[in-house]
Ligand binder design. Structure first.
Ligand SMILES: *[C@@H]1O[C@H](CO)[C@@H](O)[C@H](O)[C@H]1NC(C)=O
Ligand SMILES: *[C@@H]1O[C@H](CO)[C@@H](O)[C@H](O)[C@H]1NC(C)=O
Ligand SMILES: *[C@@H]1O[C@H](CO)[C@@H](O)[C@H](O)[C@H]1NC(C)=O
Ligand SMILES: *[C@@H]1O[C@H](CO)[C@@H](O)[C@H](O)[C@H]1NC(C)=O
Ligand SMILES: *[C@@H]1O[C@H](CO)[C@@H](O)[C@H](O)[C@H]1NC(C)=O
Length: 529
């Protein structure tokens, strides 16, 4: 009897608590007073719900998302000017840790990062996401509207954070304790932009594969067509020939880290010589295991820094090793890269008829000088973030097929020069990790599960998870010295059989096989100068 009485009391207590959380959620819509905002809805979402997103632009390709905790979902529109605004959502968990988090975006989008919102709401953050000022993945909304570009450059994330913190406080009747950011690619750029220009927004930032030096990144990503030419031209390589180039890169460079495994721990050491792959005289036409001298020139161009007018550096080289991760061969497909074409047509020139096959040094110089809303995001002064005690965890996949990982040490060193600080001092607030064998933000043959997203989290242990690592750094002062990544057999999802683990080193240290012990054991490797 005592048990059943206890059960009755407990369940009615639980029902009352549930009721009040649900009621608080539905009341939030009418209660919120946010300038320039229109609240669309506030609705309770029960643990185990699979959310689908019928209002999301189809180009976002957003799959339904299952969420494992109870939360209150709020959606609203916030005007940012008389001709622009953001769509945003706040996800407020029942079991709140007191922490706030903002997600970012990717590419030129236009799409809320619902998967990152699910990941972080499940970890007890009140989490926000926004559409970056426009819907969908295309650049067309930017045409003749500098305000939408401004949202994309910085205003969407900043507005989302300012409003999101208000919503969180209104809902819980309590301010957040610490504020975090999680993003990759354009999301990585947004993280650094926040640290550079809005240092009050975050206490801890995880910024992956950051699209910093953004104007020049677009010039660089657009320039590959000038190397390859169209499909079938003498300068163009077939996908099979790129496979051969990849194998040759591994033959020349894979041993530099002491172990041949298809993973270059430090691609900056690889000075690949494509001329080794030139076909011997008499090779039948159409052979795909070797290349012509002209094609070797294309390959050498891909792996060389890009210089523009007057010999100025536009962007550093594609790192060798990423050739197999293109889908298929994003930059080497024999056509102009869409993302760069959109940027020049709809932002730089406001001219949809501008021909992306003509992209050249004059365009590089023009777009970087234009630098709309300072989207460059290249300030090397992180002093304001440092001064308020913020921590920045930067990571970059060393087989990134979209944003070359060569640009991340360049940014790190730019910060070091600008702030006049050696690594021992940068370590107090800014650390950069090179994730070997990882493509753009996720994927690849390396130990790529580092907690950068829900689908790439092998563990919540802060030694193995970039997000919980930054939380520990901010809240306990224990900074990460390395990130232990996990690879699963056959590229399976987390929970599958572990293939191997490897510790990713803090730049400028590089990971090297000791020559002793099982190379699948992280302890058989060391971070060396
Ligand atoms: C963007 O998408 C939201 C739904 O997420 C919709 O309410 C809004 O009208 C869309 N905006 C435009 C300009 O299409
Ligand atoms: C509201 O929007 C107007 C422009 O439409 C702007 O001038 C004003 O600063 C905005 N208010 C806030 C609090 O953002
Ligand atoms: C609430 O979160 C804490 C960690 O912050 C966790 O230990 C606990 O199990 C969670 N409770 C529920 C009911 O999810
Ligand atoms: C939150 O902090 C602000 C100051 O940053 C203060 O004005 C406000 O009253 C606080 N709100 C709550 C609910 O504690
Ligand atoms: C290159 O030099 C010319 C002539 O001095 C100058 O007008 C132009 O701005 C320079 N371009 C760049 C990208 O510095």
């Amino acid at each position: 009897m005592r048990f059943s009485l206890h059960a009755v009391l407990f369940s009615s207590f639980a029902a009352a608590a549930q009721c009040s959380f649900q009621q608080q959620c539905s009341k939030l819509a009418s209660k919120l007073k946010v300038d320039n905002a229109t609240v669309w809805f506030a609705e309770y979402v029960a643990a185990g719900t699979t959310l689908s997103f019928p209002d999301t632009d189809a180009s976002c390709g957003q799959a339904p998302v299952a969420v494992g905790v109870d939360f209150c979902r709020v959606a609203l529109h916030v005007a940012t000017s008389d001709r622009s605004g953001i769509s945003m959502e706040a996800w407020l968990p029942r079991n709140w840790t007191g922490r706030f988090l903002s997600t970012g975006n990717g590419g030129l989008n236009g799409c809320l990062s619902y998967d990152d919102m699910a990941y972080t709401v499940e970890l007890g953050f009140s989490t926000v996401g926004a559409n970056n000022g426009h819907n969908g993945t295309a650049g067309t909304p930017f045409l003749n509207n500098a305000d939408i570009v401004e949202d994309f450059a910085w205003r969407s994330v900043h507005t989302n954070v300012v409003v999101g913190k208000q919503i969180s406080a209104a809902f819980y009747h309590k301010n957040h304790t610490k504020s975090y950011y999680l993003g990759c690619s354009t999301g990585g750029r947004q993280g650094f932009k926040s640290a550079q220009s809005f240092p009050e927004d975050f206490d801890g930032i995880v910024a992956g594969a950051p699209a910093v030096d953004f104007n020049n990144l677009n010039s660089w990503s657009g320039h590959f067509y000038s190397l390859t030419g169209p499909v079938g031209s003498p300068t163009y390589l077939t996908p099979d020939q790129w496979n051969a180039v990849h194998a040759d890169i591994m033959a020349q460079c894979d041993g530099l880290d002491g172990h041949m495994d298809g993973i270059l721990e430090d691609p900056t050491l690889c000075q690949y010589r494509p001329e080794a792959l030139i076909c011997p005289p008499g090779t039948p036409a159409g052979t795909s295991t070797c290349i012509t001298g002209t094609q070797a020139g294309t390959v050498r161009g891909v792996f060389s820094d890009l210089y523009g007018e007057n010999g100025t550096l536009v962007y550093p080289r594609m790192q060798p090793g990423s050739e197999l991760l293109g889908t298929p061969y994003i930059y080497y497909a024999g056509q102009p890269f869409q993302f760069a074409a959109d940027w020049f047509q709809y932002v730089v020139y406001n001219n949809p008829d501008w021909d992306p096959t003509t992209l050249g040094p004059a365009d590089y110089a023009y777009s970087d000088a234009l630098n709309p809303s300072d989207i460059r995001s290249w300030s090397g002064d992180l002093g304001a973030a440092q001064a308020r005690g913020a921590k920045i965890l930067h990571y970059h996949g060393q087989q990134d097929q979209i944003i070359t990982s060569s640009n991340s040490p360049r940014y790190y060193n730019h910060v070091a020069q600008t702030m006049n600080l050696p690594s021992s001092a940068l370590d107090d607030f800014y650390r950069f990790f090179r994730i070997s064998g990882m493509g753009h933000c996720t994927g690849g043959p390396g130990a790529t599960f580092i907690g950068q997203g829900r689908g790439a989290s092998a563990s919540l242990d802060p030694d193995q998870n970039v997000l919980t690592a930054v939380v520990r750094w901010v809240e306990e002062g224990k900074a990460p010295d390395s990130i232990l990544g996990t690879a699963f057999v056959d590229g399976a999802a987390a929970g599958g059989q572990v293939a191997f683990q490897r510790r990713h080193c803090k730049y400028p240290l590089r990971n090297t096989y000791t020559g002793k012990g099982d190379p699948n054991d992280a302890d058989s490797w060391e971070c060396v100068v």
